[in-house]
Design a binder for this molecule. Structure first.
Ligand code: TXA
Ligand code: MG
Length: 364
């Protein structure tokens, strides 16, 4: 892994660097920038050639639709064919913020942004650097998370540099992302709101804003993924990750059953000394593991979310053979954490404290 100092294109997000980044965006170059959720890899959304560079840089094997970031509701409305009253209500309530709305696109949105779909995903980020960049560039900015395809989302400029340092014109360093998990993605149709990706806007808040008349459907488990965030092996670290489940249970989660299902017979047993532990609030017998990261010592889910991707990257960088992850409570942002853990997991695990080993159950 290369050291941060080797990248000359990481700049603290001050006025001059933001101005320079805005020029680069207008010139069709790539700029990585912080948002309140994760770092984005941005390009002028109205310039197909600039957008193509995003896919090249991330080495996405195929084109997936991107989220377009804007600085105002007016700009969002230009990207859509129209917006129903419900969309306006949600924009007023949640923007700027981590809610992405998918609606029918207008003609100005290039096909490469939407991967040929007739809808486009849009949000106003709630991060001063992202907003300043958008205003200075005077362009909508298409930006997926600034990681190589298949790796977890970066929440620091250093994590961006490790993945994409030599593939972007500039990385704006705005410190650590305050939320740490990607936005909630929803699509609006006549009678229902479909959740395409569980994320940083808690489900309960969304339901509360929508009132009881509206049906909210979680479609993240659909068989034919409409959103790559639905893919089962998304968000995975390089090392195999196993979700620790309570004794007697082979599958984690209740509202988040292990996506795509079953786990096989016990496949292998390994000493805990070869394992890295991703703990929620505390860890028993920390010394048994090769490395331990605690997401939030006080058991705060917002703090855990903010630390999630960075902790995973740290454990991925250790010499451990595999990662064991504790479950987190399935409420508030815990739902989004569990969603990502379940997708990242290669299977489930149980610890035997007598033999200080982990029994691993591989996913089918
Ligand atoms: O928090 C975030 O959303 C971050 C920051 C940078 O804004 N961005 C992000 O982008 O996570 P990305 O590309 O990693 O994820 C975009 C998600 C994908 O799951 C994609 O499939 C979905 O949004 N999406 C985008 N356009 C869509 C569309 N037209 N229909 C359905 N899903 C769409
Ligand atoms: Mg992503």
């Amino acid at each position: 892994m290369r050291k941060n100092q080797e990248f000359k294109n990481i700049l603290a997000a001050r006025a001059g660097a933001i101005r320079r980044s805005a020029e680069l965006i207008r010139a069709g170059e790539l700029v990585a920038f912080p948002t309140e959720t994760v770092y984005g890899l941005g390009a002028n959304a109205l310039d197909p050639r600039a957008v193509a560079k995003i896919f090249e840089a991330k080495r996405r094997p195929r084109f997936d639709p991107l989220i377009v970031h804007v600085a105002s509701q007016g700009e969002a409305l230009e990207l859509w064919k129209g917006a129903p009253p419900l969309a306006r209500q949600l924009m007023n309530r949640f923007w700027p913020g981590p809610l992405t709305l998918v609606l029918a696109k207008s003609e100005i949105v290039p096909d490469i942004v939407t991967a040929g779909l007739d809808t486009v995903a849009v949000r106003i980020p709630a991060h001063p650097v992202a907003l300043a960049l958008l205003r200075a560039a005077r362009r909508p900015i298409a930006a997926p998370s600034a990681n190589m395809f298949g790796r977890s989302s970066p929440t620091t400029a250093q994590a961006v540099a490790e993945d994409l340092g030599d593939r972007v014109a500039m990385i704006l360093d705005g410190g650590r992302c305050p939320i740490g998990l990607e936005s909630t993605v929803i699509s609006l149709s006549a009678r229902a709101v479909e959740i395409l990706r569980i994320g940083a806007t808690p489900l309960a808040e969304l339901k509360e804003a929508l009132g009881r008349r509206m049906t909210v459907k979680i479609v993240t488990k659909s068989r034919r993924p409409r959103s790559p965030g639905m893919l089962k092996h998304h968000y995975a670290p390089a090392k195999p990750l196993f979700l620790l489940v309570a004794t007697g249970r082979r599958r984690p989660g209740t509202s988040f059953p292990f996506p795509h299902g079953k786990t096989r017979r016990p496949t292998s047993v390994h000493p805990l000394s070869r394992a890295a532990l991703l703990a929620f609030a505390s860890a028993d017998e920390k010394g048994a593991f090769l490395a331990v990261e605690i997401l939030s010592a006080s058991g705060d889910l917002a703090e855990a979310a903010a630390n999630y991707f960075a902790a995973l990257r740290k454990l991925d960088g250790t010499k451990a053979d595999f990662i064991l992850a504790q479950e987190v409570p399935e409420e508030g942002l815990g739902l989004a954490i569990m969603d990502r853990l379940c997708r990242a997991a290669a299977g489930t695990a149980m610890i035997n404290w007598v033999t200080r080993s982990a029994m691993l159950f591989a996913r089918e």
